[in-house]
Design a protein around this ligand. Structure first.
Ligand code: FUB
Length: 322
């Protein structure tokens, strides 16, 4: 009897210690200006809102002074007011995808469906994978043990880094779509299970479409918006359509070249009745660069006709007036 009681006490201590460790490895900070995170380098933002929480998922650049992308894991942050942020323990690493021999943790996108969270990631030249978790903060596990998409699916491309930058959109009819690509913007339907492509892979094309990478699809008042990186160094452009498959109409540049960074990679999200444009620049002084990037946030406003007003990148960002 005494042995059983001691065992229960030991077990209880072990569980509390574990909970404490998990709790302690979260980190709470206040954002006051752009970049919003200054204690590490963050890139390629993706975000969604669940209940009253905005979840921000990012890539993770190595420290300043790099000569190329060095990214080995992905990060997750949450906030209820855009001021106090919590960084959760590292939820996903490139080594969690055994098949990803490139070792590169490129841009990703997380989407909730039926109480599960799916993290679509790119790996530079070894394809796009998908990991699944029971909570937005993870931990995430490779859902397939192989890529969801590879260069072979990118039928109109020949370069090795074409199969990157997945972006997911679930429409009002519950159909999930995946957009991705570098140089060519591909798209396909996802099956309900979110881990299989459903049907044909197609590509987007329209007049004035110069697509570099980083597609992002959102919908407002019945219109589909496709934002994407154009040129190099990149600006973010956008196009609008009445149907998710187009035809899309080019609407112009939304964000100019982001300070000190060749890439700009946007996420767009509606939170507490405000639209936010989340992107990265190389703005951390003095070591920020194209390879040591930092996430920034600005408000995004629409014109009465549904077009979007160009983003103004500022140091104070959404913290103007505080
Ligand atoms: O972070 C690596 C790559 O740079 C991403 O996949 C692109 O979108 C660009 O931001």
């Amino acid at each position: 009897m005494r042995t059983k009681a001691s065992l229960i006490i030991i077990l209880f201590c072990f569980v509390s210690l574990k909970a404490q460790t998990v709790k302690d490895s979260s980190f709470v900070f206040q954002a006051e200006q752009n970049p919003i995170i200054t204690y590490k380098y963050t890139a390629d933002p993706a975000a969604f809102v669940e209940d009253d929480v905005l979840w921000l998922f990012t890539g993770h650049d190595y420290e300043g002074g790099q000569k190329g992308y060095k990214m080995k894991d992905w990060l997750v942050f949450s906030t209820k007011d855009m001021k106090t942020w919590k960084e959760h323990p590292v939820p996903l690493k490139i080594t969690d995808f055994k098949w990803a021999t490139s070792g590169d943790a490129y841009a990703g996108h997380v989407m909730e469906r039926n109480g599960k969270y799916y993290w679509y990631i790119s790996t530079n030249w070894t394809g796009i994978g998908v990991a699944v978790a029971d909570r937005p903060e993870g931990p995430y596990k490779d859902a397939l043990g192989k890529p969801l998409l590879t260069n072979e699916d990118c039928f109109a491309s020949t370069h090795s880094w074409t199969c990157i930058d997945p972006a997911i959109f679930i429409d009002e009819d519950d159909q999930a779509w995946i957009f991705w690509g570098n140089g060519v913007c591909y798209y396909a339907k996802l099956k309900d299970n979110m881990i299989e492509i459903d049907g044909e892979i197609k590509k987007i094309d329209f007049e004035g479409f110069e697509f570099t990478e980083a597609p992002w699809v959102h919908k407002k008042d019945g219109m589909y918006y496709l934002t994407y990186a154009t040129g190099f160094p990149e600006k973010i452009a956008y196009a609008m359509a009445e149907d998710i498959e187009g035809p899309y109409e080019y609407k112009g540049i939304l964000n100019e070249i982001a300070g000190n960074s060749n890439t700009n990679h946007q996420a767009i999200v509606d939170f507490n009745n405000d639209w936010y444009f989340i992107y990265h620049n190389g703005g951390i002084q003095t070591d920020g660069s194209s390879y040591s990037r930092s996430v920034c946030i600005e408000k995004m406003k629409y014109n009465p006709d549904g077009t979007i007003r160009p983003i103004k990148m500022t140091t104070k960002g959404i913290y103007e007036g505080e």
